[in-house]
Design a binder for this molecule. Structure first.
Ligand SMILES: *Cc1c(COP(=O)(O)O)cnc(C)c1O
Length: 849
């Protein structure tokens, strides 16, 4: 194979193996996050260094460690060389093949979506994530690659990964912060055309911070990362990007400025002009300011007009289910950091910038809420499950005062996971046989039928093999874990034969936060122990999870479990694996029979870990919260809770704990152990098949990214195109409309109202005084609460004649069927513009009664 000399980075030039033929290709392969789901190249890394590969699963580390002699010797083997050449060809073809997006929307105006997020979970080799949010972001980039949707990720590179967990002998979590050595991470410096490393200067109060830029390859999708660890920076500023979710509010604000403002500036430096900007959580909301600033520069408008033009191209996805979860900053802090940006670069008073992050713009004491800024800077807002959409409509009420919660403009796109990342090798094989090679590359309507056809025996064998692999993994990993924490040799030895490959295996792994109730199963330890150790129908439980280092309550929950495990009798049936990360998740979700999840409704916005077991034939037993509230039917799994909210009432926790034991004892365990003459649990397999067939496609990022594309990216790109055409003519019009509403609204009022009922209809006639406001810029509606469901009744009233003796006053009329009492109806005046979203862009409302 020829030595592919390209403009390779100094990083490799210093590397002693770089001049071996074929090295560059292996480097490209190792640097591509594709290795996290496409395992066709795994044998290469294994061949180069089996031990290191087994421990790290990090191709880049393997490649950097390997000797020149080893490389030369493997490449001397024609089979190896041929395999490598074959992989190169496949990779090239995959990158060039038109995807679902190119085939479905060949002439689309959508050329680029910038996807901003504080964390991305792509591969355990790149530890710049903490959990669920990063998972969603990483999996969406991967699906965008599969589908050919033109997405570019923007994030931060942290000098320290999220902490690594050790559990000491007393069951106490210890946090370790390993250094993220950029030379060991699968990233490359981002260079300009002329080879210069791209660096950005961002002005903070009194000084500049230099940002370095890095590139991560995710198949054909790119992720750009910024960090401040530049030699030109003052030492304290080199640490701004030191730690994910570390430090205090000031550090967080600095990070968010770098992400939002720095991130948008980076794209501009690269000549990238996205039509759509997707803010995945409010952390990156400053990007809307910087996007507007660029528009000001290009078109010569003021800030408000520029925001009107650009905001329709922005989408805000909220992931938070509790008000306390939003990032809020002290106004003085924001002022210190952004007053000069507001005044000198946006041309607005700092007060006006602060107003964008407040429920009540005039309340100078109100903190600055990043989610509010994101709402005011976006053309659409969505939550991440149906229930979370509803919860968010309540949480964001303060931005839309006097609007009914059901009309607060927040929709939902339910999360999913990138199936090829989370399926096991045997699961991928089973699905490939049933559904074909390119099953996650386009629409997925056919998958359900194909999986429903799989015979019991195949499914049961598949499940039994998966459980056995997990037990083997657990033995290996736990042996190492015990040895490292200094357990006596006898305990280490015993770990080598722990657990049983034929025993029902439950999994529980997640962040240890109190709202997730990881101790629900410990409510009645004696009953749990009886369930686990029943000699006829034993159960084994594998656990994992980290508590945030500052979360004492979360850490205490881990210790509670460790105490339970250490009592005699429980040791053989429960295991706590330390250092929950992506690699461990993979092993767990591929092997467990049942995945448990016990959050307090409605605090789990979506949850994704339960989705990862679907493709692998695991079944969910979960609280009716987040995604499970819309996924659950009695055929596909088990549900906890009554589908209502009960706050953190301990009495309700106790009821749910009992219900959980009952479910296990009377439903889950008997179904697993009731076998036919071939030893197959028919009811179990039937449930497993339905869960696999019906839920896997629905809760895949394949569906999610298609939904974002069709419901948000394409309309947002079109709306942005319309608003920005002719130097932003429509944007100017919309802004003028908004400002006229602002000026006139305080004097608008209702006059007399007459209601007549003639048997079948109520006829409403109302007088409205518009204070010279163009009547086309508002709408008068009859409104009634919904009787069923969430969607209220809205009737537009017809404008009749002008009122005599009023500058602009009109009579409006509407008739509605008299099947509801007249008193159910209210009359309201709301803004209206054919090209604008109401109330998102103009939240005024005036009620007649
Ligand atoms: C999937 C995953 C999560 C998200 O899990 P939830 O239970 O949905 O919160 C968090 N951390 C890791 C390592 C994961 O793999």
């Amino acid at each position: 194979m020829a030595n592919q000399t390209s403009d390779r980075k100094p990083l490799y030039r210093l590397h002693p193996t770089k001049d071996v033929d074929g090295y560059n290709f292996l480097a490209d392969l190792a640097l591509d996050m594709r290795t996290s789901w496409d395992h066709s190249g795994d044998h290469i890394w294994e061949q180069l260094d089996p031990a290191l590969w087994d421990l790290t699963r990090n191709p880049w580390v393997v490649l950097q460690t390997v000797s020149r002699e080893k490389l030369q010797s493997v490449f001397a083997d024609p089979v190896f060389s041929k395999n490598v050449a074959e992989l190169a060809r496949e990779r090239h073809e995959a990158a060039a093949a038109p995807g679902w997006f190119q085939q479905t929307y060949p002439q689309s105006p959508l050329k680029c979506v910038a996807y901003f997020c504080m964390e991305f979970m792509l591969n355990e080799a790149l530890p710049i994530y903490s959990g669920g949010l990063g998972n969603v972001a990483g999996d969406q980039l991967k699906a965008a690659n599969d589908l050919g949707v033109p997405v570019i990720g923007v994030g931060l590179l942290y000098q320290q990964g999220y902490f690594r967990q050790v559990i000491d002998k007393d069951g106490v979590q210890q946090a370790l912060f390993p250094y993220n050595d950029p030379g060991q991470l699968p990233i490359t410096p981002l260079r300009r055309q002329n080879g210069e490393w791209l660096r950005l200067e961002i002005k903070l109060p009194g000084y500049s911070v230099w940002l370095r830029a890095w590139q991560v390859q995710v198949g054909r999708v790119k992720l750009y990362l910024l960090d401040s660890n530049d030699a030109a920076n003052y030492p304290a500023h080199r640490g701004i990007t030191s730690e994910l979710y570390g430090g205090g509010p000031e550090l967080r604000l600095e990070q968010e400025i770098l992400l939002g403002i720095g991130g948008w500036r980076l794209l501009a430096e690269l000549g990238i002009r996205p039509e759509v900007c997707h803010l995945n959580e409010g952390h990156a909301a400053f990007a809307v300011l910087e996007r507007a600033r660029h528009c000001m520069e290009e078109m010569g408008h003021d800030f408000k007009t520029a925001l009107s033009i650009t905001r329709v191209g922005n989408l805000f996805t909220t992931h938070t289910a509790v008000d306390a979860g939003f990032d809020r900053f002290d106004p003085d802090l924001v002022e210190r950091y952004l007053a000069s940006y507001a005044e000198n670069e946006l041309g607005i008073a700092c007060h006006d910038l602060l107003a964008l992050g407040r429920g009540n713009p005039d309340d100078a004491s109100e903190p600055f809420n990043m989610a509010y800024l994101a709402i005011r800077g976006s053309g659409a807002v969505n939550g991440v499950s149906r229930l979370h959409g509803k919860v968010s409509r309540h949480l964001f009420g303060p931005v839309f005062p006097r609007w009914p919660a059901s009309e607060v403009p927040v929709g939902h796109v339910t999360n999913g996971i990138h199936v090829p990342t989370w399926d096991s090798v045997p699961a991928a094989k089973l699905w490939k046989q049933a559904c074909g090679e390119n099953r996650w590359g386009g629409t997925t309507e056919m998958l359900e039928q194909n999986i429903l056809c799989l015979p019991d025996i195949d499914l049961w064998r598949f499940r039994s093999v998966a459980r056995k692999s997990l037990v083997e993994y657990i033995r290996k990993r736990f042996t190492r874990q015990l040895a490292v924490t200094g357990e006596p040799p006898a305990a280490v030895e015993a770990a080598k034969s722990m657990f049983d490959p034929d025993t029902l295996t439950l999994g529980f792994a997640r962040r240890f936060a109190t709202y997730k109730r990881p101790d629900l199963l410990l409510h009645d330890p004696e009953r749990l122990l009886r369930l686990l150790t029943n000699p006829q129908r034993p159960v084994q439980l594998v656990m994992a999870g980290k508590a945030h280092p500052a979360d004492e309550a979360g850490k205490a929950l881990i210790q509670k479990w460790m105490r339970f495990i250490h009592r005699t009798g429980a040791r053989a049936s429960v295991i706590f694996l330390s250092d929950y990360d992506m690699h461990l998740t993979e092993q767990l979700v591929q092997g467990v029979d049942v995945w448990l999840n016990t959050p307090r409704r409605p605090w789990e916005a979506s949850g994704t870990s339960g989705m990862k077991v679907l493709v692998n034939g695991g079944i969910n037993l979960s609280e009716l919260d987040g995604w499970w509230a819309e996924a659950y039917t009695p055929e596909v799994g088990w549900a906890l809770g009554d589908g209502k909210e009960h706050g953190d009432d301990p009495a309700w926790d106790a009821i749910e704990a009992e219900a959980l034991y009952d479910l296990l004892e009377h439903a889950v365990i008997p179904e697993f152990y009731t076998r036919d003459e071939q030893g197959i649990p028919i009811a179990w397999v039937t449930r497993m098949r339905k869960s696999m067939a019906q839920l896997t496609p629905r809760f895949s990022t394949n569906r999610v990214v298609r939904e974002y594309t069709e419901r948000h990216y394409l309309p947002a790109a079109a709306a942005y195109q319309a608003r920005s055409a002719d130097n932003g003519a429509l944007g100017v019009q919309v802004e003028n409309w908004r400002q006229a509403l602002d000026r006139k609204w305080p004097a608008l009022r209702f006059g007399e109202l007459k209601v007549e009922t003639d048997g079948q209809y109520h006829k409403f006639v109302v007088h409205v005084y518009l204070n010279d406001l163009d009547p086309e810029s508002v709408r008068v509606e009859l409104h009634a609460e919904a009787i069923f469901g969430d969607i209220p009744v809205r009737h537009e009233m017809t404008r009749l004649h002008p009122l005599i003796a009023a500058a602009t006053g009109f009579a409006y009329q509407a008739s509605v069927p008299a099947d509801r009492p007249e008193s159910d109806y209210a009359i309201r005046l709301i803004p209206h513009h054919q090209a604008a979203e109401v109330p998102l862009e103009a939240a005024r409302i005036l009620w007649q009664r």
